[in-house]
Each structure stands twice: as C-alpha cells, then as structure tokens.
Design a binder for this molecule. Structure first.
Ligand code: ADP
Length: 768
C-alpha cells in the first residue's frame, strides 16, 4: 500500500486508538490533505528525534499504524487539529516520495499469532486481567473506566492492544510494543511492565503512607504546641519561652570556661522540655541561676601599692603596730610574686579586737571585693562543699556562695571563727576546708552542688579565730598565725575617742559639734560599763549614747549641742554595770586569787578550797577542763610530799576530803596555769594559815614543785590590774614576755618572779 506518511513527535498511535493531535509542519499538512482526498488513510509513525524538523526515512521508526482520519479542523496560525483512529499495525518498507510530503510503501503486519491453544490464551488473558487489577489497586490514576472497559474484552490480542493504549507509559515504551512481532512477546512485555509498575506503585504507596503519617504527626504537634501556648497565656505563663531564650543569651555572654557554658545550655534545654510548675523545673532553674551568678573568670584589678595599703590600715585602726607590719610584709611578698601561693593569714585573739575589721581594711587597701564566710558552728561538711543536687532544697556550699556574693573570682574571703568548725558524723569539715586552702587542690575545687570545678587559687583567704588551740592541727599548719592581743584601757580610750565615736556619730547622723563626750566620761564608760578584751561593747555603748543624743536634739529644738560628762553619764547609760571583784576584804584561809586566760580575754579567778573529814577524796567544781583537773591532782601530790614540813600527819590525807571550787563557772576554763594557785589554796586550807588578799598568781606546778611558764600573760596582767590587784606572782621563765609588754600595763604592778613552789609559799602567806 502506498500511503502518505506523517511523522509524529513524542506520540505513538496504537491500533484501535482514537485521539487527536495538532499539526503545523508543512509536509504533514500536505500529507493529511492528500490523504483526505483519497481514502482518508495515513501511515502514522514516531520520529526518533523529536527535534528533527524535516525527518527522512532513517529518522523514523519503521513500525507504526495505518490510521483513518476522522476529522480535520482548521485552527488559527496555520494549524490543524486531526482526529484519527488507529486501524492496524504496519511497517514502513521505504519512502516513495519526500516532496511535497512523505509518502511510503506500507505493509500492514499484525503481530504474528503464536500457536496457543484457546485454554492457554484464556489463561494468559486472565492472568493479565488479574495483574491489571492489582496494578490498578496501587495506581489511583489508573481510572475505574479504563478498568471496566478492559474487563469486558474477551480476546487476548485485543486486550493486549487496549491495555497498552491505556497503560500510563512513555511513548518510547509504546513504540517498543509496536515493534514487537508476536503476541507472545507483547504478552511478556506487558506482564513484566505490569508487575514492575505494581511493585513500584506498592513502594510508592508505602512511601506516601509514611510521609502522610509523619506530616500528620508534625501537624498534630504543631497544633498541640499552639494550644499549650494559648493555655500558658491564659495562665499567665506565656513568657517561659522568652525567658529560656534570655537564659541562653546570658550563657553565651558568660565569661566562663567552655564546660560551664555547655552545662548552662544543656540545663536550659532540659528546662524547656519540662512543664512549667513541675518541681524539677524549679531545681534546674535555681541551678542555672547559680551558675550564671558565679564570677568564673571575672577578676578585679588589684592595687599592689604598699604605701597606699599602709595608709589605709592606719586610717582605719589605732595601734596594732605589729599586726599591721606583719600584714604589710605579707602583702609585699604577694605583690612580688603574685602566683606564689603563700600561706594563709590567721588572725587570732579575743572578740572585738578588730580582726574582722582589719581584714576588711586589707580588702579596701588592695581594691578587692570583701566577703565574710562565717564558719562558727559549721558541723556538716556539706555546708562547706554544698549538697548534691539530688537533695531537696540543696544549695551550694558557703565557699561557692561567698564567691557568688563577691561577684569576682579574686575577692578577699574572710573565714571567720575557723576555730569553731566541728566534725561529726556528717563528714569531716576540716578536711573540706583543707581542700579549700590547699593551693595544690583549690584550682579545681569541687562543690557538690555546682558539679563543675571552680578556681579558688586567686582568692585571698584570711582566717580569724578566738582560740588557736581549738583549730584542727592540719589546718593550723597551713596558716600563718598573727596574734591579736586584748587592748589596754588606754588603747581602748584612744580607739573610742578617735575611731569609734566619730564612726558612730556619722552612722547616727550627728555632726561634730552636736555631741561631745569628755575624756573622763569616756574612761568611765570603759571602766564601769564594759568588761571585755576588745572594744565591741564600748562601741555599742557609744552607739547608745549617739542614739539618745539624736533623740534629745530632735525632741528639744532649742538644744543645739549635747555634752556627755562623768556627771550626766548615767542619764545616757543607766547605772554602772561592771563591778570588779574587789580585792579580798581581808586575808583568808583557803581563798587564793588566780589569773586566767579564756577565749574572750583575761580574768581573775577566786579559788576556794575546803577540807572536811572524809576518806581522802578530792572534789573539783566550777566548769573545769581536764587539764585543770589533772593540774589540781599534781598540786595535791606535791603538797602531800611537803606536808611533814608543816607538821601535818600523813594519815591526815586518808581521813579528810578536799574540795576545790572556782566561782563564776559560766566561762569554761582549762589549762595548767592555775596549778600554783590551787596548790597554795590547798596548803592554806590544810594548815589553816591565811593567804594574802592583795595578791594574784599564775603558773603551772610540777610534782617536784617547780613553777613552769604560762601563756596569755598580757591578758592576765590586764585582768589583775582591772581588779585592783598590785602584787602578782609570775613564773620566772615568763620574764622576757613581761619585758615586751608596754609600760602602760606593767606600771603600778609589783611583779615577783618565782621558779619554785617554795618561793610561792613564802610570798603568799600573810604571816611567816
Ligand atoms: P573581731 O573580729 O576581732 O571580733 P571586730 O573587727 O568586729 O572584732 O571589731 C569590733 C569593732 O571594733 C569594729 O567596729 C572595729 O572597727 C573596732 N575596732 C577594733 N579594733 C580597732 C582599732 N585598733 N582601731 C579602730 N577600731 C577598732
């Protein structure tokens, strides 16, 4: 058959297929027109390369269809729409003409029917139908109408053609189908296609399912989040998120090691995931706040000018020459080698002697922040090292809290009352303190609450203590001791006049002229209203006067000035509070005055001894420590050994009990320094000889009657002087200590040095 040939671009027409397409190439239009003139038949085939404008024989696939042109419609722009129906598969054998349009020799060649039995064909048909059904199930685009029209087809050949027409496939695939010569090949091609597409469709469905689930989940979460936001807003908690963002910003800006920043960030994220109001969120919040508030790498600039430091120490404190000197030396060494971790200063002395305030001055002199960590009564290791965060209400320890309060990592930290830390079942406080003070360990101090290492090596530690002997030994070894003595009355007078009174006046808003206190009145306050080693009470009394004066000035507007004198002192402070034990009225048997040193300063002790018929027991009352009790025993043994000299029968001690009592048991006393006093008391009671009333004594006694030196001499002599005693017995070995004391203390005292009990006895008894 010779027929006009139309080359199609990306389009394959199959037998029985009806479709329309637009044409606008000149040759194609000519071909169609020519065909319309004749039998309206045309050969349609696809060109191999769709971009080819004027295809020749070699550009065309040789298999195509013979088609009937059903309709030709003219469109604008030299375009025609053609409606065609495929008739049968055919092969282009060759071109007979190329101009004005293609014309070729066409051989109709239906696919060769293979020799199948009817049964086989039916089986193939049914298989195809089945596969097609499962394919349609996975491919929603494969419409129901297509399925229905396919289901009714009865012959295999028609089914193959129709399936290929409706199958969603590429033109090339359709062309391949056209190329196939036999039904069998067409069958297996479609079977493969169906199975492959079904599988793909299945996987596609699975994918879509998953994607949908995921999207639904996201959608759901989004909805829930939005709802939470609305609920929070209703509850007035809307700013949780913005607060978390703020925390994160702060973490970023923190001047701290990376691990700290990371921890803050991590905890903040945890906080975000918790519901507001959950107990844990409060705990985390506190923790984050603590981390953010610690100084980490924040340092203040130190002032290493020693002259400046000296000026400030003198400005703030009267006297204390030795202490100031020691402190300045210490600061000088620090200034020379800032990295060398010197020992830690420990200021030891009675209360109110300016330990805390001189430490404060040191901080001021160095330009350091000052924090006071009070250790008095700390028995739990966790107070120093913090509680683990698992405990409810856990907190950082006092050291970390101190740093937080200071706000810099190099403050001066005053460890106040370091002698009062105790150790019990809740852990070893002193070893925790050791870790704080040890330069080897405190670079990475671990607080249980903070859980991150803190660098304490830049902190300047100063400790204070009242009683050095109560400081745990290992701690004491770390520290350089500076003893702060009690003040003499004269020193108190100057401190009161030049420092405390101006300070109190300022604090109470009084100007210089509004209040004045005469020197005599001040001395009277010191002597009759206070009884202390330091000046704390004195400061309080002066504050009392200032307050009263301020009130009087306000109440009486006529009054411009207030003068406090000896005469009107009682108007301000009431009756005199302190009466010193007057010197024993008269010489007495078994009553001896001793001198004691306690953690609050010196004191006089009136020791009383009584003997009574009994069985040789010794009884001690009045808050005595163990050392003091042993010292009484030693004294008794010595007295027994010399009893014969005083014509006391040795059986005397088996038939009598001895009772030693020290009145004023409020302050516990200990130590051996009352040894000679108690021994003298016992001898007096046994021999019934009177002891001199105007005499006080201090010294340790040995079994053989030697007198050993004692400590705290300055305090003891001050106490004796205040009590109006003039004659004092002091161990001979203490003579150098007495030489060191200022004249103010020793003036008016008659000091006798003794080295043996015999000398004591000689001095103590009223008559020979
Ligand atoms: P401590 O810490 O030894 O118990 P404080 O430092 O609290 O004693 O001193 C009590 C008060 O006495 C403070 O107001 C302090 O300024 C003042 N003070 C102590 N000693 C002196 C001194 N030498 N010069 C001036 N004021 C002093």
């Amino acid at each position: 058959m010779i027929l006009p040939v139309v080359a199609l671009r990306s389009l394959v027409v199959l037998p029985k297929m009806v479709l329309h397409f637009d044409i606008n190439r000149k040759k194609t239009i000519e071909a169609v027109h020519c065909s319309m003139m004749q039998k309206q038949k045309v050969f349609l085939t696809m060109q191999k390369d769709e971009r080819e404008e004027i295809p020749g024989l070699e550009d065309l696939y040789s298999y195509g269809v013979i088609a009937n042109i059903k309709q030709l419609m003219r469109l604008p722009n030299q375009t025609y729409r053609v409606l065609v129906e495929g008739e049968c598969r055919a092969k282009l054998l060759g071109l007979t003409q190329e101009d004005p349009f293609l014309e070729g020799e066409i051989l109709p060649s239906p696919a060769a029917q293979t020799e199948y039995s009817e049964i086989e064909k039916e089986a193939m048909l049914r298989s195809l139908k089945e596969w097609c059904r499962s394919f349609a199930a996975t491919e929603p685009n494969f419409g129901d109408t297509a399925m229905r029209s396919l289901q009714v087809i009865q012959t295999l050949e028609e089914y193959l053609d129709q399936l290929m027409i409706r199958f969603p496939s590429e033109p090339l695939q359709k062309q391949k189908f056209l190329n196939l010569d036999s039904t069998q090949m067409q069958f297996s091609m479609l079977a493969q296609l169906l199975q492959r597409e079904t599988e793909i469709g299945q996987v596609k469905l699975d994918l879509q399912e998953k994607l949908k689930a995921q999207m639904e989940k996201n959608q759901r979460e989004y909805m829930l989040r939005e709802q939470i936001k609305v609920i929070r807003k209703e509850l007035g908690e809307e700013d949780v998120d913005s607060e978390i963002d703020r925390l994160l910003e702060k973490a970023e800006a923190l001047n701290a090691p990376q691990e700290v920043k990371d921890t803050v960030r991590r905890e903040t994220e945890r906080l975000r995931s918790l519901q507001h109001g959950q107990a844990e969120s409060g705990v985390i919040r506190n923790y984050i706040d603590t981390l953010l508030a610690l100084p980490w790498n924040n340092c203040s600039e130190d002032n290493s000018d020693i002259a400046h430091a000296a000026r400030i120490l003198n400005e703030d404190h009267y006297g204390m020459e030795k202490i100031k000197e020691r402190i300045l030396e210490y600061l000088a060494v620090r200034a020379f080698s800032p990295d060398s971790q010197g020992s830690i200063l420990c200021l030891a002395g009675p209360p109110g002697t300016g330990k805390t305030s001189i430490a404060q001055s040191v901080a001021r002199a160095l330009g350091k922040k000052y924090v006071r960590v009070c250790l008095g009564g700390v028995r739990d290791e966790a107070e120093i090292r913090g509680h683990r965060r698992t405990y409810i209400g856990s907190m950082p320890g006092r050291i970390a809290a101190g740093l937080k309060q200071a706000g810099t990592s190099n403050p001066l930290m005053l460890l106040d009352e370091i002698d009062k830390v105790g150790t019990d079942a809740r852990g070893d406080t002193s070893s925790a303190l050791l870790e704080v003070l040890d330069p080897e360990q405190n670079r990475r101090f671990a607080d249980h609450y903070i859980e991150l290492p803190m660098d304490l090596s830049r902190v300047l530690f100063i400790a204070t203590a009242n009683n050095v002997s109560a400081i745990p030994r290992p701690l004491l070894d770390r520290m350089e001791l500076i003893e702060v003595d009690s003040y003499t009355e004269n020193e108190k007078f100057h401190i009161g006049k030049d420092y405390l009174l101006p300070k109190q006046k300022k604090q109470n808003g009084l100007s210089g002229r509004q209040l004045s206190i005469t020197d005599e009145a001040l001395r009277r306050i010191i002597h009759h209203y206070t009884r202390e080693a330091g000046v704390r009470m004195l400061e309080r009394k002066l504050a009392d006067i200032c307050r009263k004066a301020a009130r009087r000035l306000l109440e009486d507007s006529e009054r411009k000035e207030i003068h406090v004198t000896e005469k009107n002192l009682t108007d301000f402070l009431g009756k005199e509070k302190v009466h010193f034990d007057p010197v024993n009225e008269k010489d007495d048997i078994g009553v001896v005055r001793g001198l004691a040193w306690t953690s609050v300063g010196g004191d006089t002790l009136e020791i009383e001894v009584n003997v009574m018929p009994g069985s040789g027991k010794i009884q001690l009352t009045g808050q005595m420590g163990d050392v003091m009790k042993e010292s009484a025993q030693t004294g008794l043994s010595y007295i027994r050994s010399i009893a014969e000299d005083y014509s006391v029968e040795s059986s005397y001690f088996e038939q009598h009990d001895i009772h030693i009592h020290i009145p004023e048991g409020a302050v516990p006393k200990d130590g051996p320094s009352a040894g000679i006093t108690m021994a003298t008391g016992m001898l007096s009671a046994i021999t019934e000889h009177k002891v001199r009333a105007d005499l006080a004594m201090t010294g340790e006694v040995t079994l053989r009657g030697r007198v050993l030196p004692i400590g705290g001499l300055k305090e003891k002599l001050l106490a004796a002087k205040m009590a109006g005693i003039h004659h004092v017995l002091v161990p001979a070995k203490n003579e150098p200590d007495v030489d060191e004391l200022s004249k103010e203390i020793t003036d008016g005292l008659d000091i006798t040095y003794v080295s043996r009990m015999g000398e004591v006895i000689e001095q103590a008894f009223a008559e020979n």
